[in-house]
Design a protein around this ligand. Structure first.
Ligand SMILES: Nc1ncnc2c1ncn2[C@@H]1O[C@H](COP(=O)(O)OP(=O)(O)O)[C@@H](O)[C@H]1O
Ligand SMILES: [Mg+2]
Length: 454
């Protein structure tokens, strides 16, 4: 095997591990070892003492052992390094600028098993095994087109996909992967549902892009990731971002231990990249990355509209003439409709008219328990505003809410609470005919708040 290739690999390993390249003596020692020279010969050829060469050699073997997690010494170094080169089958690539190199698996490596992966050279490397499988997909053609335009034509760096729980964010993102596979070299999906630290997130993410080893400090990991994103066309989908936010505070504030994510996203938004990040969250981040930076976008998902009928059709409900009413009642929220349709199937033999005879909005257990988990995340001022709005028979304007709340909360607190409820997608402001701003509460939250008000 070419000695230069082995030296290059050793240099890359060292650099990824410590940020340092092989120095002249390390390179000389390695070269001599590859040519089966004794330390005495390496020393005399370079006018050095044998003791010094031995000391530097043993440091080098120790570092390579740490990097590779196996004992490397003068006798086996060549073997071990050659094996790595063979196993990577020539997939060593430069990362970043010319003097900073790391090992990158390129898209020739075979994709992981996935229903969407096809092991052909012109398909991207897909790492989406953790993404939920979608069984049905209806509607959303406008949203898909919007996302494709932002990703492909506008080269947006960060897209935030937001919407209330169960509205179909994850489902839409998975569908998107199917529709744009050839545009990206890498497509990776990760969920933050178990709130990983930034260190463990990056340790888990980086092997999708580089291998066999990844840097062991956070700074270096971020550095390597950013360089990779600049050089390669990657789409990283990060789901369940809301798990990083502080409960009991206004929406979208990172918990102190997750500030590292915020910094990373900011860096990605600011740097020129070939890559894009799709952040999925039911709480829009307060930092406004989605609106403050160029090349960033935000898409808020609402109901499925007319396409929601397909969900009812799948459940084989009867009384099709009443489906519009049912869909309107649940704001064409796909998960709510699915759960409600199951309830109608079980309790009303699929008869929508019988179910609609109950005027109030009935929440299934699953939706109720999801909402109760969200409810405890709201601040007291948000809860008060929701409870007040839930009791109103008609839409109410912003000024009235501020006046009613004034006894307890000054205008600033009330306004911030209203903005926060909007970021959680629980509240919508819309203009009435005479130009004043009316507030409309999400119906499921309204029903939940009414149930706990009683
Ligand atoms: N476009 C869609 N077509 C059909 N079903 C959908 C669609 N979007 C969502 N659903 C249904 O709603 C459920 C919740 O969607 P999901 O994407 O998990 O919501 P979110 O990520 O916003 O919480 C899905 O499991 C699926 O059953
Ligand atoms: Mg989701």
């Amino acid at each position: 095997m070419d000695i230069a290739e082995v030296l290059k690999l050793a240099d890359e390993l060292l650099f990824a591990h410590s940020g340092q390249h092989l120095d002249y003596l390390q390179e000389t020692i390695l070269k001599g070892t590859l040519q089966s020279q004794k330390y005495a010969k390496i020393a005399s050829d370079n006018h050095l003492s044998e003791g010094h060469v031995r000391d530097r050699a043993s440091e080098l073997w120790q570092t390579l052992s740490d990097v590779l997690g196996e004992d490397v010494n003068k006798l086996n170094a060549r073997n071990i390094l050659e094996k790595i080169i063979i196993s990577k089958s020539g997939s060593i690539g430069y990362l970043g600028n010319e003097n900073k190199v790391s090992i990158s698996s390129n898209r020739m490596r075979s994709p992981k098993s996935s229903p969407l992966s096809k092991p052909t050279a012109n398909k991207p490397y897909l790492d989406i095994d953790n993404a939920p499988e979608i069984t049905a997909f209806y509607g959303r053609s406008d949203e898909l087109n919007t996302l494709k335009t932002w990703l492909i034509q506008d080269c947006s760096r960060i897209i935030t996909l937001t919407g209330i729980i169960g509205i179909g964010k994850t489902t839409l993102a998975i569908k998107l992967i199917e529709e744009i596979p050839t545009q990206f070299e890498y497509i990776v999906y990760r969920s933050l549902r178990y709130s990983p630290t930034i260190d463990s997130f990056l340790t888990d993410l980086l092997p999708a892009f580089i291998s066999p080893i990844i840097p062991n400090t956070l700074d270096r990991q971020v550095d390597v990731l950013l360089k990779f994103l600049r050089k390669h066309c990657c789409l990283i989908i990060i789901d369940d971002l809301q798990m990083l936010f502080q409960p009991g505070q206004l929406a979208g504030h990172y918990k102190p231990e997750f500030e590292g994510y915020h910094l990373l996203f900011k860096q990605i938004a600011q740097l020129s990249n070939a890559s894009s990040l799709l952040l999925i969250t039911s709480e829009q981040p307060e930092d406004a990355i989605a609106t403050r930076y160029k090349f960033t976008r935000c898409l808020k998902l609402t109901g499925l509209g007319e396409s929601a009928k397909e969900i009812l059709r799948d459940k084989e409900l009867s009384d099709e003439q009443m489906w519009d009413t049912l869909i309107e009642k649940y704001q064409s929220h796909p998960l709510c409709l699915e759960m409600t349709a199951t309830m109608i199937e079980e309790l009303f033999a699929g008869n929508v008219t019988d179910f609609l005879a109950y005027p109030s909005l009935i929440l299934s257990n699953e939706i109720g328990s999801q909402l109760s988990r969200v409810w405890v995340r709201l601040t007291e001022s948000e809860q008060e505003i929701v409870k007040y709005l839930a009791l109103q028979e008609k839409a109410i304007n912003l000024m009235e809410v501020l006046q009613v709340m004034f006894d307890r909360y000054n205008t600033e607190i009330a306004l911030n609470a209203i903005r926060s409820l909007k970021r959680r997608c629980f509240l919508e402001a819309y203009q009435n005919g005479v130009g004043s701003s009316l507030l409309r509460l999400d119906r499921t939250l309204e029903a939940y708040a009414r149930s706990i008000n009683n």
